[in-house]
Write a protein that binds this ligand. Structure first.
Ligand SMILES: Nc1ncnc2c1ncn2[C@@H]1O[C@H](COP(=O)(O)OP(=O)(O)OP(=O)(O)O)[C@@H](O)[C@H]1O
Ligand SMILES: O=P(O)(O)OC[C@H]1O[C@H](OP(=O)(O)OP(=O)(O)O)[C@H](O)[C@@H]1O
Ligand SMILES: [Mg+2]
Length: 282
């Protein structure tokens, strides 16, 4: 059986369970369940802290897991990213009281609070900066006000928590993160069921990120229209009963659909429709 680690709590948990459910796997009913077997798909799911998931996968105890890119890097585990899952996006940034520093180069000798000590230490070393890392488990934003640190390095999503603490980001983002599917580094023979899991997850991502677009157009304008809707491989062009007209069908990125519909209208397309894709294998 394929052994899969799933975040049990925190920002990634619900979305991870959603994407696995959408991909056709059974998921736990209660947040108290520690593990669940899906016999039809021959998969076992283990619900673990996202910070620990890279450790289990890196050691080979579990075959594959969902975690955050920042957590994987922080753990220094022997794990590699095989699919970017498009949720749980965040940036990891420095912040402090206004004017305290402008970039990482100003942090020599300062006290920096973080719950991502691995990521922070790597970043300081890359920049040749020696500072004191104060390891905390959470609520890092309060560390400055409470006097244990001069600045912080923390996850920023909307920035609301920083504003509440009277802190401002400074310097370049240290890294950008999102939820990722990871396996152990350098696995030569993928475990049974992994390829299917990856294909299913990629199918969900495509179904989420693309829509199907259909339209009718005069045959002489079809090349212009196809340039706007090249599809993933190539658009389907079929004859219409009405002479001189064709019907075109292609997948387009969901985020661009309205702009593409305007442009198709300009080149003469009519009856332009978009529909959701529920599932696919590409
Ligand atoms: N607003 C957010 N706060 C924290 N982590 C976030 C946020 N948005 C996305 N993430 C990502 O979620 C992962 C952290 O999940 P984790 O469960 O450890 O933290 P959490 O949501 O802060 O939970 P908790 O602190 O309650 O344990 C990281 O990959 C992080 O980049
Ligand atoms: O930019 P924002 O949208 O405000 O989100 C980022 C904040 O959310 C998380 O805190 P969480 O609520 O998980 O508490 P914690 O600090 O104790 O982990 C994270 O650690 C940041 O503090
Ligand atoms: Mg947190």
């Amino acid at each position: 059986m394929l052994r899969v680690a799933v975040p049990n709590k925190g920002s990634l948990s619900e979305a991870a369970i959603d994407i696995l459910t959408e991909a056709g796997y059974r998921q736990r009913r209660s947040t108290k369940d520690l593990a669940l077997t899906d016999p039809d798909n021959e998969v076992e799911f283990y619900y673990l802290r996202p910070k620990d998931i890279a450790v289990y996968v890196g050691l080979g105890t579990l075959d594959v897991g969902i975690s955050g890119r920042d957590l994987v890097l922080d753990s220094h585990a022997e794990a590699e990213v095989i699919v970017e899952l498009g949720f749980g996006r965040s940036t990891f940034r420095f912040a402090g009281p206004p004017g305290v520093a402008g970039s990482v180069k100003d942090l020599g000798g300062k006290r920096i609070a973080t719950s991502y000590a691995g990521v922070l230490a790597d970043h300081l070393a890359e920049n040749g900066v020696e500072a004191q890392v104060v390891r905390l488990d959470g609520a890092v934003e309060s560390a400055v006000q409470l006097g244990v640190a001069d600045v912080i390095a923390d996850v920023v999503e909307t920035g609301t928590t920083l504003r509440q603490a009277g802190l401002e980001v400074f310097g370049e983002p240290i890294l950008k993160s999102e939820a990722v599917l990871i396996t152990r580094n350098g696995v030569t023979e993928p475990p049974k069921g992994l390829e299917q899991l990856v294909r299913r997850l990629q199918g969900v991502l495509v179904a989420r990120n693309y829509v199907m677009m259909d339209y009718d157009i005069r045959a002489e304008a079809v090349e212009k229209a196809n340039a706007l809707t090249p599809g993933l491989e190539s658009p389907t062009v079929s004859p219409l009963h009405r002479e001189g007209w064709v019907a075109v069908r292609a997948m387009v990125p969901r985020a661009d659909a309205q702009r593409i519909m305007d442009q198709l209208w300009e080149v003469g397309a009519r009856a332009i429709l978009t529909t959701d894709i529920h599932a696919c294998r590409i």
